[in-house]
Design a protein around this ligand. Sequence first.
Ligand code: F6P
Length: 328
Amino acid sequence: MEPKTIKRIGVLTSGGDAPGMNAAIRATVRAGFYYELEMYGIYRGYEGMINDEIKKLDSKNITHILERGGTFLKSARSAEFRTQEGRKKAYDNLVKHGIDALVVIGGDGSLTGAHLFYKEFGIPAIGLPGTIDNDLSGTDSTIGFDTACNTAIQAIDKIRDTATSHDRLFFVEVMGRDAGFIAINTGIGSAAAATLIPEKKMPIERLIERLKARTKAKKQSNIVIVAEGGKSGGAAEIAKKVKKQLPYYDIKVTILGHLQRGGSPSSFDRVLASKLGVAAIEGLLQGKYDVMAGVINHKVVYTPIAKAIVGDKEVDEDDFRVAKILST
Ligand code: F6P
């Protein structure tokens, strides 16, 4: 497409916050200034677009934010933006501020919003994958995923101390919505006894067999990672089923929850967010609209948002195999 003239870009974060969102905002805004554009912050995601929480940004706004977790622009899940009326209000506010392009940082729901908005009003938009879940196609890793895995692994290392000291069996539930990326990575990185992910159903009998075999092998501690959203139920439910069949185990359940969403971004997430922020501005200036910028094999790629959000990214078979081999 022939690039439109772009002078003012609005940037927003939407959906669940993810470590590295601030780094992505900073890179987007810095790159905007580099290309002599005016940059606007849209606060509270699409909610703020609808409620006119839009402010011009200067370099002071983005000083010392790269290393901070969360998002200084704040985030929200907007029900009103799902309605056409809400989107029209949002559009009118963009027109009021003369904003002619958008950078949307968020997960699949947020990028769906950008896609719809582009289709309805023709506002050039680029999405950046900002979610701990890593469930977007068109990028090897989403911004926040690496940090979330590191946080989960550090937490599990601590849980292991108790598991070993008390000969306990722990079920640790990690986030990921319907996807098992955090779980499988965390399982490998924390030497889990088993990892249960939504994509691959493990029958309870197989889990019981695995745990029995580990008891026989006199394993010091047992930690089972359970992805939230799994069809076999959450950690508490699975723990109950196991307790029925293995009553001699002292079983505990830990749900890591929002602990995984906060904290300073890892080096990996900072670099990824920085590359993608620059890619967002350069993509818009080159006329790449309605696409998500991602990194595949260390190279920036632009994928149509409609493709990125389709939900077909799969947990690598190799990762699954490695997790299995190492847990026996
Ligand atoms: O999408 C990120 C995520 O943290 C998911 O892993 C989780 O299912 C969901 O958001 C939780 O959302 P909320 O913070 O709105 O409860």
